[in-house]
Design a protein around this ligand. Structure first.
Ligand code: ADE
Length: 231
């Protein structure tokens, strides 16, 4: 998958793209990520990309021209899925990550300042929010999107890291995990995990998932009940 990210702060992505699973996915060629600084497309001699809002009011507004010029300079932009990240978008979910993971080419636009010139929206196919809070810019939101989409692309995670049992993948939160030591300050690993009976372990994990989801996320639990009877 090719992902082009339009941003005013490409350096914010350095750590994110150079570590762990993202770095591995890039190295193996499964994802290609390009960072495009749309300040470079400003017509302004000071490379300004924002201006005062028509009609007055606080804050600056991102101009349409540099974003448009940066966008149309991307090879294959017409066929790419063009995403604007903003707090006004539809809420991003695990199901969105699965859907987006099927795309061949995505362009993600990160905003800054008070907001966008409304006309920018006309050049994008969808607007995504990562939650009901406001960040200083779209970069963190773009990273969230890229991370969660990349990890569900086939062959990015190896067998031991499978995402198929992730929280949310079936509307249930994940069951608890334990590793060595078996006993830590009097806290014991549940016996069922130690006896090697895979059917008992499977049942116990499902029960724990159901219990956690019921206690913490009634909304998800209700969706699970509608879609599945469990056992
Ligand atoms: N930019 C600022 N806040 C955001 C949010 N919650 N989601 C996506 N993009 C944003």
């Amino acid at each position: 998958m090719k992902i082009d990210i339009l941003t005013l702060f490409p350096k914010m992505f350095e750590g994110f793209l150079s570590e762990s699973i993202m770095a591995r996915a890039i190295k193996s060629g499964i994802v290609e990520i390009n960072l495009i600084d749309y300040r470079e497309y400003s017509n302004n001699k000071h490379k300004k990309v924002d201006d005062y809002p028509f009609g007055g009011g606080a804050g600056m507004v991102l101009q349409v021209q540099p974003v448009y010029d940066a966008l149309i300079d991307i090879k294959g932009y017409k066929d790419a899925l063009k995403i604007l990240v903003s707090p006004q978008g539809t809420q991003f979910k695990q199901t969105s990550a699965y859907e987006l993971s099927k795309e061949k080419h995505m362009i993600i636009m990160c905003g800054h300042y008070e907001g966008y010139d409304e006309r920018i929206r006309d050049y994008f196919d969808m607007e995504i929010s990562i939650g009901d809070y406001v960040l200083t810019g779209g970069e963190l939101a773009a990273m969230v999107l890229v991370d969660s989409v990349t990890r569900v692309i086939p062959n990015v995670l190896n067998k031991d890291e499978s995402h198929l049992n992730d929280s949310f993948s079936n509307n249930l939160l994940e069951h608890p995990h334990y590793t060595r030591p078996r006993s830590f300050m009097g806290k014991e690993v549940p016996e069922v995990l130690l006896n090697g009976n895979h059917e008992h372990i499977r049942k116990w994990r499902l029960e724990q998932s159901l219990k956690k989801t019921r206690e913490r996320r009634v909304d998800l639990y209700e969706m699970y009940q509608k879609g599945s009877k469990g056992e």
